[in-house]
Design a binder for this molecule. Structure first.
Ligand code: 13P
Length: 259
């Protein structure tokens, strides 16, 4: 049984003051989440403030990226130990916006994944095809390349500690989500690859999230797919009630599966 996981990726949104309001509302609206794990990823500038508000409670803190070195002359970068100091336990790695806008390569993403694991945090490795790649029938080829490169050299134990997120680029911020069947098809394929890269047993324990225009209205259908172990939520995570709505749906599915 994989506990559903819902992660809010706030992207480049919110001042520290706004992040305090949003994280307080999420914390107060989800006092004792059962059957679900919840993470929020504010911008770097708000991590310390949000960490204080979450106070080591059930809602955990994540970062949107990191540098792969622990320290050094890397102007503008933030290392994993710096994140760990703020009680940040999760790091998104290889988000499509960073692949596209910053030019992050699969090799760099692999270094980041390893760095996150080596400091005991959980990487959330993001993969996904563009609209063009899907049209050309390259969906599986694309996500397979990203997965193999992102996890290259990891042991089975390390793969077991990783979370994957399938985020089709064409679904991000467009209001057009993948259908539950499309998400399940790709995520099932990713799980098959995980089996090959680690073992069948490990692959069964790794959570694979879906991301791309998830909102309270479509969360039920997406999360009902056995291959969809949770959601990586962008826009809808900026509204406390919207985000809480998605978490509640995931919790219902998580609790029902346990009973
Ligand atoms: P949206 O939910 O805004 O489509 O963003 C998805 C995403 O990129 C989360 O990482």
């Amino acid at each position: 049984m994989r506990t559903p996981l819902v992660i809010g990726n706030w992207k480049m949104h919110g001042t520290v003051a706004e992040a305090r309001v949003l994280s307080t509302a999420i914390r107060d609206g989800l006092k004792r989440p059962r059957g679900v794990q919840v993470v929020v990823c504010p911008p770097f500038t708000a991590l310390a403030a949000v960490s204080e508000i979450l106070g080591g409670g059930p809602i955990q803190l994540g970062a949107q990226t990191c540098h792969h070195e622990p320290a050094g002359a890397h102007t503008g970068e933030i290392s994993v130990p710096m994140l760990a100091e703020l009680i940040c336990r999760w790091v998104l790695v290889g988000h499509s916006e960073r692949r596209k806008e910053i030019g992050e390569s699969d090799e760099l993403i692999n270094l980041k994944t390893r760095a996150v694991l080596s400091h005991g945090l959980t990487p959330v490795l993001c993969v996904g095809e563009t609209a063009d790649e899907r049209r050309q029938g390259l969906t599986f080829t694309t996500v397979e390349g990203q997965l193999r490169a992102g996890l290259a050299g990891l042991t089975g134990d390390q793969i077991a500690k990783t979370v994957l997120a399938y985020e089709p680029v064409w679904a991000i911020g467009t209001g057009v989500n993948a259908t539950p069947a499309q998400a399940a098809e790709v995520q099932g394929y990713l799980r098959g690859l995980l089996s090959e890269l680690s073992s069948k047993e490990i692959a069964q324990t790794v959570r694979i999230l879906y991301g791309g225009s998830v909102k309270a209205e479509n969360a039920d259908a997406l999360l009902a797919e056995p291959e969809v172990d949770g959601a990586l939520v962008g826009g809808a995570s900026l509204n406390a009630q919207g985000f809480i709505g998605i978490v509640r749906k995931a919790a219902r599915i998580g609790t029902a599966a346990k009973e």
